[in-house]
Design a binder for this molecule. Structure first.
Ligand code: GLC
Length: 472
């Protein structure tokens, strides 16, 4: 096993909208670093307008060919560049990928069917037959189905990783042949609950199915977390496993010179300067000793914002400050605007997606709140930890696997947890965190545990390699 091809709809730093982009941007390089004889390649769509000119000019067009998709014959160009020990391919077709959004277009099914077909059609043109094809989320689920059902010439193993089971790629049967180019004999492979379900099809066809934490791998076998797919997960449980994500430590580094004052676990003093900078920018009173709680998130219900909405006013009666960065559902945007107006000296919100401000908040905060209803892995809790901003999380999915409750007696643990999805349990966890904050020795220990916890890819990269090897 030497040749691995990752397939995904996004990857940082080329085009990314969330955690999937972070993972596809960093895991392949971590695998290449782990074993020098591996040939690791990644293919994503060329999201025109998202890829910055710096990368556009670094790319070379290496081939073009026609892609058959049902009755269509479609142009496809392949651009390529090398970075971090990995070969990157970008599938070009401006009709499908010169759009304002990566997802949420009326023809997403057709766009990603084209992409998936193009990936298989590309192989002879780049003269590369992978030993392992590793697809991620529903947008590339069809590559697994096509590979196993329509390209028998390849003896390639297929891995399908679920980053979030909520998004399954569900469509009506009318477009099975017309858009997905699947013959009627394959209807039962992709059928679930009366729909074409691309995630279900990939789970059935893949040699292994992984998800992004061990806890989430268990959770998706239950009705509460599975968004309807628990029967399929359960039937295929022998091939399902969870491998927790890591983060690229060089991108989330408290010694980053672009921070107002870089710091490290051995010299934490710069963190206070970062905190003052947040208070200035967010219009809050400057105070080194008031605990500063930060949240950075899409404002969606499953991120736990209904809990926050329920208890935030009660929490703000205490000597605390709360800062939010994020955009999303109107209900929560309005709530945070209202709170910021109502408690101007205690709460502030920036309704935006801003990577620079996010890093400042990770760096200068004291407590990082992430109370998700479900969280396949979650990356923000790891990013915050790197800067000694102590996570308060609900014990679910990757949050449960990466954040372990601090025990003041033993001095072990890297965060504060609560278990049931209950607003007052969350409030209680926040209060426990504030109480620890007010005991400087305990807090220093907890903060150090957070900063020194190993969130690198190294352990997980080895687990992926073992999993790939187990298939040969
Ligand atoms: C999805 C999940 C998130 C995970 C990320 C990367 O965005 O919601 O929990 O960290 O994928 O795997």
């Amino acid at each position: 096993m030497k040749k691995i091809l990752f397939v995904a709809s996004e990857a940082n730093p080329y085009a990314g909208t969330g955690g999937l982009g972070d993972v596809i941007g960093s895991l392949p390089g971590a695998l290449a670093a782990e074993r020098s004889d591996l040939d690791v390649r990644v293919v994503i769509p060329m999201h025109v307008g998202k890829v910055s000119p710096e990368y556009r000019t670094a790319m070379k067009k290496i081939c073009e060919f026609d892609v058959p998709l049902s009755w269509r014959t479609l142009y496809c160009g392949i651009y390529s560049l090398n970075a971090n020990g990995v070969t990157w391919y970008f599938v070009d077709n401006e009709y499908y990928f010169n759009r304002t959004k990566l997802y949420g277009e009326y023809d997403d099914g057709e766009r990603y069917a084209f992409f998936s077909k193009a990936v298989l059609e590309m192989l002879p043109h780049i003269d590369f037959v992978p030993d392992v094809l590793h697809a991620n989320d529903w947008q590339s689920a069809l590559t697994v189905i096509y590979l196993k059902k329509l390209y028998p010439q390849y003896d390639t193993k297929a891995i399908y990783t679920i980053h979030n089971i909520e998004y399954q790629g569900k469509y009506s049967f009318g477009i099975l042949g017309d858009v997905f180019d699947l013959p009627n004999e394959l209807a039962s492979t992709v059928e679930y609950d009366g729909c074409v379900n691309l995630t279900k099809g990939a789970i059935v066809c893949a040699d292994k199915v992984t998800t992004v934490s061990a806890r989430y791998a268990e959770e998706i076998g239950t009705e509460f977390y599975s968004h309807g797919l628990h029967y399929i997960i359960w039937e295929n449980r022998d091939k399902v496993c969870g491998i927790v994500n890591g983060i690229d430590l060089s991108l989330y580094d408290p010694e980053d010179p672009s921070l107002p004052a870089p710091f490290s676990v051995n010299d934490i003093s710069g963190k206070a300067t970062c905190k003052l900078e947040i208070q200035r920018r967010f219009g809050l009173p400057e105070s080194e000793t008031t605990p500063l709680v930060v949240m950075i998130s899409r404002l969606a219900t499953h991120k736990g914002f209904d809990l926050v909405k329920c208890i935030l006013e009660e929490f703000l009666q205490e000597d605390v400050q709360v800062v939010l960065l994020g955009t999303g559902e109107k209900e929560y945007e309005e709530f945070f605007s209202w709170i910021a107006n109502r408690y101007p000296s205690k709460a502030s919100a920036m309704l935006a997606y801003n990577k620079g401000i996010a890093k400042l908040l990770y760096a200068g905060g004291d407590i990082f709140l992430m109370p998700s209803l479900s969280e396949p892995c979650g990356l923000a809790q790891m990013m915050a930890s790197r800067y000694g901003t102590v996570p308060v999380v609900r014990e679910t999915g990757g949050l449960a696997d990466t954040i372990h409750p601090y025990n003041p007696t033993t001095g072990e643990g890297n965060g504060v947890n609560f278990v049931s999805y209950n607003a007052h349990h969350m409030l209680d966890a926040l209060r426990r965190a504030v109480e620890l904050y007010n005991k400087p020795e305990q807090w220093a220990k907890l903060r150090k545990n957070a900063m020194t916890y190993d969130f690198s890819w190294s352990k997980s990269a080895k687990m992926y390699l073992d999993m790939y090897n187990s298939l040969f």
